[in-house]
Design a protein around this ligand. Structure first.
Ligand SMILES: NC(=O)c1ccc[n+]([C@@H]2O[C@H](COP(=O)([O-])OP(=O)(O)OC[C@H]3O[C@@H](n4cnc5c(N)ncnc54)[C@H](OP(=O)(O)O)[C@@H]3O)[C@@H](O)[C@H]2O)c1
Length: 160
């Protein structure tokens, strides 16, 4: 399965200045537990937004640069090639950012969205999901607390 995973604000905001605009530790934990030991597909900008590569995951980076070669990562120049290098009978994750979510949506089987219940000033946005194509099958509400400034909901969509 190709699974897209994203944290998305009410206005579809994803991030600003190549960084996230919220901090939700429980969502990070969920992201880590879902993606660990899997291939993760990302755009070059998202890769560069990390302080270092994420442990115990195979990074597949999409770029148009033909001399881009960060150590230990697979580098490709299209979403088709990114998917082709992932093991066929395992789950692989599309982890962003905005450009790559747009490219990858037609190849995606499942979308795991953390809906952040707030509106943010942003420069990168998640594509609009066509409700005729996607079915919400799971929804888990979480409420703000001393570590989480916003309410947030884990939503799972499958292709209809
Ligand atoms: N909220 C979330 O869940 C989440 C998740 C991930 C990222 N983010 C945020 O999203 C932002 C980054 O997203 P972004 O949209 O700016 O960048 P991105 O999607 O991470 O990467 C864009 C880059 O991908 C490459 N690319 C794009 N289309 C391509 C194509 N058709 N063929 C080959 N290469 C292609 C290009 O790399 P080259 O320029 O090297 O050619 C392009 O600059 C950051 O703010 C980040 O924090 C948020």
């Amino acid at each position: 399965m190709i699974i897209m995973i994203a944290a998305v604000a009410e206005n579809n905001a994803l991030g600003k200045n190549n960084d996230l605009v919220w901090h939700l530790p429980n969502d990070f934990k969920r992201f880590k537990s879902l993606t660990t030991n899997h291939h993760i597909i990302m755009g070059r900008k998202t890769f560069e937004s990390f302080p270092k590569p994420l442990p115990n995951r195979t990074h597949v980076i999409i770029t148009r640069q033909n001399d881009y070669n960060p150590e230990g990562c697979i580098v490709v120049d299209s979403i088709e090639k990114a998917i082709a290098v992932c093991p066929e009978n395992e789950d692989s994750y599309i982890i962003g950012g905005g450009e790559i979510y747009n490219l990858a949506l037609p190849f995606t089987d499942i979308i795991e969205i953390t809906k952040v219940h707030h509106t943010f000033d942003a420069d990168t946005f998640f594509p609009k999901i066509n409700e005729n194509e996607w079915l919400l099958v799971e929804s888990e509400e979480n409420f703000k607390d001393d570590k989480h400034l916003y309410d947030y909901t884990y939503e799972t969509y499958i292709r209809k």
